[in-house]
Design a protein around this ligand. Structure first.
Ligand code: ADP
Ligand code: MG
Length: 317
């Protein structure tokens, strides 16, 4: 049984489709990455799972979470707020938006546990809060501090402590280290992995940074133009990319062997609603032919495969 099962997810705003037919599963304790350039539909996918899309943005399809007997798509806000912070937790790019600027750190951590009744008393919740801070390697005296007194890296560690406070079945991180100094990025990534491993939580990790996915995740999905274009085990996809978009991403990343020339993908990501028909990547692809005006079928299994008419590399073993 998977922790998360997203099937046929579509997201649209008025008559523009932003996300098309996304299938995505995360198994128990599994760490799954979602990568792609900015504007590929990664955050909209995460927000659909969390039920946090803006009002004019409409999802369809299904999002199932283990232990929850109803579909999260179409669930009402009361049901969703019971699930968020308990079964499903999140860490976004900007920690300040997740924190209450007028509340002490210790009270904010205790609050999440009290709301979801995981600790019966305020004093038990406070003790647990101190323990959580310790697990993200922050000193206990920060319990009495306000968010503005912390550095960006410290704030993100507090957000992580809150996210992990109720042992969520699934943690969703969307560019959690992108806004942080490079010197603290590695520590925060390490704490995320340690945190989910210690709790056997599953992780859905969104980033545009392939090197980060390579260190954090076991499996990866590549998104472009609001679609999943390739997926599979990280080492397989990164050493033997099949979709020409994945191949381009890798060539443009710092993962390529030292000494080889970095090549950028030609052109830019179109605005939503302006991707070509057929293969969404064909107007930027050096291998595109007339065939690419038709939508490529998915080739492979539900967890490993690609959708490309002119794939690179060798068939996956
Ligand atoms: N509320 C919205 N209304 C219209 N377009 C949107 C909205 N939110 C996102 N988009 C568009 O959807 C596309 C995908 O966005 P997003 O999921 O944020 O991409 P990513 O996280 O991969 O960078 C982008 O072109 C973005 O401009
Ligand atoms: Mg995003």
């Amino acid at each position: 049984m998977n922790v998360l099962e997203v099937a046929g997810l579509n997201v649209s705003v008025r008559d523009t489709t932003l996300v098309s037919d996304v299938d995505l599963t995360v198994g128990p304790g599994e760490r799954v990455g979602l990568i792609g350039e900015s504007g590929s539909g990664k955050s909209l996918t995460a927000l659909s799972i969390l039920g946090l899309l803006p009002e004019d943005v409409v999802p369809s399809g299904s999002v199932r979470l283990s232990g929850v007997d109803h579909d999260l798509i179409g669930a009402d806000e009361r049901a969703l707020s019971r699930i968020r912070g308990r079964d499903l937790a999140m860490v976004f790019q900007e920690p300040m938006t997740a924190l209450n600027p007028t509340m002490r750190i210790g009270d904010q951590i205790a609050e999440t546990m009290l709301i979801h009744h995981t600790h019966p008393t305020r004093s038990a919740a406070r003790a647990a809060a101190a323990d959580l801070l310790d697990r993200v390697q922050l000193p206990a005296d920060l319990l009495r501090a306000y968010p503005h007194q912390l550095s960006g890296g410290q704030r993100q560690r507090v957000v992580l402590a809150i996210a992990l406070s109720n042992d969520p079945a699934l943690l969703i991180c969307d560019e959690p280290t992108t806004a942080l100094d490079v010197t603290v990025q590695a520590l925060v990534l390490d704490l995320i992995v340690q945190g989910v491993v210690a709790r056997s939580s599953a992780l859905l990790f969104i980033t545009h940074d392939l090197a980060v996915v390579a260190t954090v995740c076991e499996r990866v999905l590549v998104m472009y133009g609001g679609r999943v274009v390739e997926s599979g085990p990280v080492h397989e996809v990164f050493t033997n990319p099949r979709h020409r978009y994945t191949q381009g991403l890798l060539a443009a990343s710092n993962l390529e062997a030292a000494g080889s020339r970095l090549t950028t993908i030609p052109g830019t990501v179109p605005a939503a609603g302006h991707f070509p028909s057929g293969c969404v990547f064909r107007n930027r692809c050096a291998h595109a032919t007339d065939l690419c005006a038709t939508t490529p079928a998915w080739s492979g299994t539900s967890t490993t495969g690609y959708a490309c008419h002119h794939p690179a590399g060798a068939p996956h073993a």
